[in-house]
Design a protein around this ligand. Structure first.
Ligand SMILES: Cc1cc2nc3c(=O)[nH]c(=O)nc-3n(C[C@H](O)[C@H](O)[C@H](O)COP(=O)(O)OP(=O)(O)OC[C@H]3O[C@@H](n4cnc5c(N)ncnc54)[C@H](O)[C@@H]3O)c2cc1C
Length: 416
């Protein structure tokens, strides 16, 4: 069923009796050409591109819970491509371009909103660093704009510009950045993959890998064995636990990250802003809630809930940047599990086990990567070679020392 204004009008006239479920609920088959583990954004996007771009139809996505129950439905919805390093910037710019055409590609309203993002500058050294980053972005075909304090003030007059400790001296803007309705991304990819024949199997947990003579031939699940020509793993915060079942120890730690939403307010924030002197960033949803977050909780966990010290830290950041936020009431908060890699950059690669492929290490920036990650993982699974924009995301960089350490913080997941 094609979604359109015409379909909405037609259905309105027929009492909305013609809408069909957006995807099927099939029983697992005995064997698939490709099995993707993880029905988050990355797993579903991989299935979509495998089917639509690479022509694979006999594909299953296996999800232990429900579509959108993981980080894809828990993040703060920000998309951008404002990276510095060669390994990252072309990849995230590729992703941003895919976001720009996503709704047409999926025939689904994901509420892609390029309302812009501004990283605030609070010191001369930070201005130098952001100037360098902006130049790297432009060299890679992205957009970047350096703003002085007055230009920021015009857009966000209510920020605390003259805070003695954290004066706002300007900002690095990316106008093509913005927000996307996060769970609509999961639903849109799921619907499209399903319409191309992909089986999306929810409430089915992978509990082990079937490995014969060094080759992965299928997965054990809570609904029985499912055979596979190839298996792709895209389980984000559960990466360590899942790959442990294949005997692998990853350069990844799992940490909790929290998100917060205030009561609905009148339109206030035109775009996304990030505080450059502490862990705080904020945007406003189309429903009016201020959507904000900060740093990870800082201890290893698989629990999808956070703790109070970070709530206090995030609120302090918010009050320092935008004191009036103290008058808004908090409506909701939640946590998600982040797969924090040791250099802060992701992995899309084959493993040492034939037929077993891995996608993970997205840290707290994997939502914006969803389209490119799915596209590049599908390319790897289909062709057994990395997509040109993802050649740097290999496992062996941790052995050879070719780290993609975007922020120069080394192997400290709590700092990324
Ligand atoms: C609070 C918060 C804010 C964030 N903000 C942003 C942001 O603004 N911008 C940004 O770019 N990124 C952001 N992120 C990061 C981003 O959400 C993640 O990096 C990204 O969603 C991870 O990929 P995914 O969507 O595939 O993960 P998920 O949605 O977590 O998908 C993984 C799936 O695998 C399933 N799974 C796990 N184990 C198994 C198993 N054994 N068998 C079957 N299924 C299994 C899980 O149930 C889950 O559904 C944020 C994350 C959080 C938590």
């Amino acid at each position: 069923m094609r979604y359109s204004g015409f379909t909405v009008i037609k259905e309105a006239l027929r009492g909305h009796k013609g809408w069909k479920p957006a995807w099927r609920d099939p029983e697992p088959k005995q064997k698939y050409d490709i099995v993707i583990i993880g029905g988050g954004g990355h797993g579903l996007a991989t299935a979509h591109y495998l089917a639509k771009v690479y022509g694979f139809r006999n594909v299953a996505v296996i999800e232990k819970g429900w579509i959108g129950g993981g980080n894809v439905g828990r993040n703060t919805t920000i998309i951008r491509s404002n990276y510095l390093l060669d390994g990252n910037e072309p990849f995230y710019e590729f992703s941003l371009k895919l976001w720009e055409g996503l709704e047409q590609d999926l025939n689904y309203n994901a509420m892609v909103s390029q309302r812009g993002i501004i990283n605030l500058i609070h010191s001369d050294a930070q201005r130098d660093a952001f100037t360098r980053r902006g130049n790297a972005m432009i060299l890679n075909g992205a957009d970047a704009e350096l703003l002085d304090a007055e230009q920021v003030r015009k857009e966000y007059p209510f920020l605390n510009f003259d805070n003695a400790r954290f004066p706002i001296k300007g900002g690095l803007a990316q106008r093509r950045g913005g927000t996307v309705r996060h769970d609509a991304v999961a639903w849109g990819y799921a619907r499209s993959a399903d319409s191309h024949g992909v089986d999306i199997i929810q409430n089915c947990e992978v509990t082990g890998f079937h490995i014969e003579n060094g080759r992965c031939v299928g997965v054990e699940t809570s609904r029985g064995f499912i055979g596979a020509g190839k298996v792709g793993c895209a389980v984000a915060g559960n990466s360590g636990r899942l790959m442990g079942m294949a005997g692998m120890r990853l350069p990844i730690e799992s940490h909790v990250l929290q998100a917060f939403v205030s009561e609905g307010l009148k339109p206030l924030l035109p775009g996304v802003i990030t505080f450059g002197a502490g862990h705080f960033y904020v945007s406003q949803s189309d429903k009016g809630g201020l959507v904000f977050g900060g740093d990870i909780d800082g201890y290893n966990s698989y629990a999808q809930r956070g703790n109070l010290p970070v709530v206090e830290d995030v609120c302090e950041g918010g009050m320092a940047l935008m004191p009036m936020i103290g008058r808004a009431r908090l409506l909701r908060m939640w946590g998600g599990i982040m797969d924090m890699s040791m250099d802060g950059s992701p992995i899309i690669d084959r493993t040492h086990i034939d037929g077993l492929y891995f996608n993970g290490g997205w840290c707290y920036g994997g939502f914006k990567a969803t389209p490119a990650s799915g596209h590049c993982f599908a390319h790897l699974l289909a062709k057994d070679e990395p997509h040109p924009t993802a050649t740097a995301y290999r496992f062996d960089r941790f052995r050879t020392g070719r780290m993609i350490d975007e922020k120069g913080m080394g192997n400290q997941p709590n700092l990324h």
